[in-house]
Design a protein around this ligand. Structure first.
Ligand code: GMT
Length: 375
């Protein structure tokens, strides 16, 4: 198949998933064309069968807001026509689904039929998409999609709750390449972070308000009182300053490192003992799944789709949003004893296998074939 993939090229989960999907499809022999405004972060090196088309957004003094959606739709038209694409798969509804609809309608006038599939990822529905400044266009373009998928049952339910959707939404869970994430820890790296053999706790996100990164600091503060440990913060975003300020106030900043945005997550996860994800909402929690694939148990909230990947008391624990007390006790429970920690690590790894790339990617391929056969 010749497939166009549209996504955000940044470190966000939707872009990561879309890129990994494109790479996997290319490996299966399909031709994959990424259409986005920057080279996706996980699209590194030369991969046969993968093409990248950059969306250029010309500016003009009249534009306070350069019209990205128009440029995106025009690029889609150009790429589809010149590369004879058979279908488009857009990740994150805003503005990718409406741009795909526009491209589809333009091409229809030239006798070219291009179906598009929209994968809903989370905030495009639960936070941003619901805003009345976006909602009518989001609902319309989802309904116009030839197929719709959601990354969890929870997100599918949320979509039906907040929008009038007239079509089926298929749940295809996010995936992880377990083989890639099962790395041996680099001892020298572990020593730099935890020179006295302390436990290493880890949080990775875009540091938006919804992640509640202050709760990560508060949990770490409690753990540290009982167990010698260090905390690594991976990623960056608006709430990083808040987390830093709180760690200074608590007098624990020497035990916390902010390492910024990182491409080699598998190497960082390999040295971690526990992953913390305290979000107010996660449609899925891809970062938690990647941790599990690295054999790292997870303490998370029980929000959104997290209960669909976690097993309470087995792969880690889930607590209510904001219940720092309970989540701290759960973290200590996992970390206090070596054998117990090893058991949780093994369980986390075992559960990640249920979401391995090898079993999830064929679901997308099947969907593509169904969509193409109904054209
Ligand atoms: O976590 C974010 O805010 C980034 C966002 C995105 O769209 O990139 O992540 C969403 O999609 C991920 C991949 O499907 C999910 O694993 C995340 O749970 C989801 N984030 C939220 O729902 C807040």
């Amino acid at each position: 198949m010749r497939i166009g993939i549209v996504c955000y090229p940044t470190f966000g989960g939707s872009g990561v998933l879309a890129t990994e999907l494109g790479k996997a499809l290319a490996q299966l022999g399909h031709q994959v064309h990424f259409i986005t405004y920057q080279q996706p972060v996980r699209l590194n090196g030369f991969i046969p069968n993968i093409f990248y088309h950059e969306v250029q957004v010309p500016t003009y003094p009249l534009f306070d807001y350069p019209p990205y959606e128009t440029a995106l739709a025009s690029t889609m038209v150009d790429v589809i026509k010149n590369n004879h694409l058979q279908l488009l798969h857009v990740h994150y509804a805003i503005p990718h689904a409406s741009a795909a609809y526009m491209a589809k309608k333009i091409l229809e006038q030239e006798g070219i039929h291009i179906p598009f599939i929209t994968t809903l990822h989370g905030t495009d529905i639960t936070l941003v998409g619901r805003d009345k400044m976006y909602a009518p266009v989001v609902a319309f373009s989802i309904n116009q999609s030839d197929a719709i998928t959601a990354v969890s049952h929870n997100l599918r339910d949320e979509t039906f709750t907040h929008f009038k959707i007239e079509k089926n939404i298929e749940v295809i869970h996010n995936f992880v390449d377990v083989q890639r994430f099962s790395r041996k820890p680099i001892d020298a790296f572990r020593k730099v972070i935890a020179p006295e053999g302390e436990r290493i706790l880890l949080h990775a996100s875009n540091f938006r308000k919804i992640k509640r990164v202050e709760d990560v600091v508060l949990i770490f503060n409690e753990v540290k009182k009982e167990i010698p440990s260090k905390l690594l913060f991976v990623g960056d975003g608006p709430e990083r300053g808040t987390a830093e300020e709180l760690s200074r106030k608590l007098g624990i900043c020497d035990d916390i490192r902010f390492v910024g945005k990182q491409e080699q997550m598998e190497d960082i996860l390999a040295i971690a003992d526990l992953f913390l994800l305290t979000s107010e909402y996660e449609s899925f929690g891809l970062a938690a799944l990647e941790a599990m694939a690295s054999g790292v148990p997870v303490i998370s909230t029980n929000a959104g789709g997290l209960p669909e990947i976690m097993i309470q008391g087995v792969t880690g624990y889930m607590g209510n949003v904001g219940d720092v007390d309970t989540m701290s006790k759960q973290a200590i429970d996992i970390l206090k004893d070596d054998d117990r920690l090893q058991q949780f690590k093994a369980n986390a790894f075992e559960q990640a296998k249920a979401f391995d790339i090898s079993s999830i990617v064929p679901m997308y391929v099947k969907l593509y074939e169904e969509v193409l056969s109904s054209v």
